[in-house]
Design a protein around this ligand. Structure first.
Ligand code: SAM
Ligand code: SF4
Length: 326
């Protein structure tokens, strides 16, 4: 699928729920969001059908996300079915890890290729401050369990907030001690993220270099689906990565589209641009009709975000990250 800017779109992120067992301050309000009624959330066969049609159009990689995807029952079963679709090469999952310990074995058996676990701090107080839940031990147990499955590539994602309770060197230690990549994700001004400035990539690099020595740009084979810039550090088993969508904009290389849990196909994080697929799915739309809707959405995929312009346009997205899936 080549979009109107010549970008090859081969990566679909699917949010399977807007529910979550954490309340990260930059993602969700304390009281949670107004949840979508279950009847409005795509059912498993509907998700599979979208994946089949997308695979026929050229999607090769699928990420399952949320909300917290593991609060939805039967995620290993869903992954198993998506993996069986001809043309789908990789299925990955992004999770906060809270429910991972129990589900990891089944996820690995289902053929999960890679797993991103979000972890912003190793400090218990800091974890409570950021996620509003005292569940650090559960995430750590999830990480420990995930490490028992070396065939599932593990990455740890951290959103630096620039607060005292977040020791980024401690998080980077995971890549030092284990064959795990640690990635620092720049705060995006979406939903509740708009209230935070986060920390610049340059500041993080300098912090890490003080402790671990020089970060060398990694120039080997691609390590994932996306725009992460990786670095190697002497003595480290894993890599250190940066996804800095605002300060190091990569829209010209964007290869992704997103499906919300309600079946809306989003073509850009910042804008509402896209098409509803749920209506066609539930009203007898044929595969060909679905493909036409998807192609129409792609023909209008924005050339990029304009977060830095700080001008709110009518078509600026009002959903928060937990509803979009990150
Ligand atoms: N609950 C799962 C998790 O936390 O990994 C999956 C969904 S979550 C929305 C996906 C990713 O988006 C997480 O790594 C989270 O830290 C990140 N995220 C949420 N809000 C963000 C923001 N405003 N800017 C940058 N990343 C954000
Ligand atoms: Fe939940 Fe993930 Fe958002 Fe945190 S970042 S509130 S874990 S959806």
């Amino acid at each position: 699928m080549i979009d109107r800017c010549g970008r090859n779109i081969d990566y679909l992120r699917i949010s399977v729920t807007d529910r979550c067992n954490l309340r990260c301050i930059y993602c969700m309000p304390e009281e949670g969001i107004r949840l979508t009624g279950r009847e409005n959330i795509l059912q498993e066969p509907e998700i599979i059908r979208v994946c089949q049609v997308m695979a026929e159009l050229g999607i090769k990689k699928i990420k399952i996300t949320g909300g917290e995807p593991l609060v939805r029952p039967r995620i290993p079963g869903l992954i198993h079915q998506i993996k069986a679709i001809p043309g789908i090469e990789k299925v990955t999952l992004t999770t906060n890890g809270i429910l991972l310990k129990k589900q990891m074995k089944e996820l690995a058996e289902a053929g999960l290729d890679s797993l991103n676990i979000s972890l912003d701090t190793l400090d218990r107080e800091g974890f409570m401050k950021i996620t509003r839940r005292d569940l650090l031990d559960d995430t750590l147990a999830g990480i420990e369990e995930a490490m028992k499955y070396p065939n599932v590539q593990l990455k740890i994602n951290c959103v630096p907030l620039g607060i005292e309770e977040q020791n980024l060197c401690e998080i980077a230690e995971f890549a030092h001690k284990y064959p795990v990549h640690v990635r620092f994700i720049e705060m995006m001004p979406i939903g509740y993220g708009s209230s935070f400035t986060g920390m610049s990539q340059e500041k993080i690099v300098s912090l890490l270099e003080k402790k671990f020595g020089i970060l060398f740009p990694y120039e080997g084979l691609p390590l994932g689906n996306g725009p992460c810039k990786y670095y190697t550090v002497d003595g480290f088993q894993g890599k250190i990565g940066f996804i800095s969508a605002i300060s190091h904009k990569f829209c010209s290389e964007c290869n992704r589209i997103r499906l919300t849990s309600q079946g809306y196909l989003k073509t850009c994080l910042q804008y509402t641009a896209g098409r509803d697929l749920r209506e066609a799915l539930r009203n007898g739309g044929t595969d060909e009709e679905l493909k036409e809707i998807i192609k129409a959405a792609l023909s209008e995929k924005p050339d990029g975000h304009h977060f830095r312009e700080k001008v709110k346009e009518d078509d600026t997205e009002s959903l928060c990250m937990s509803q979009i899936g990150g």
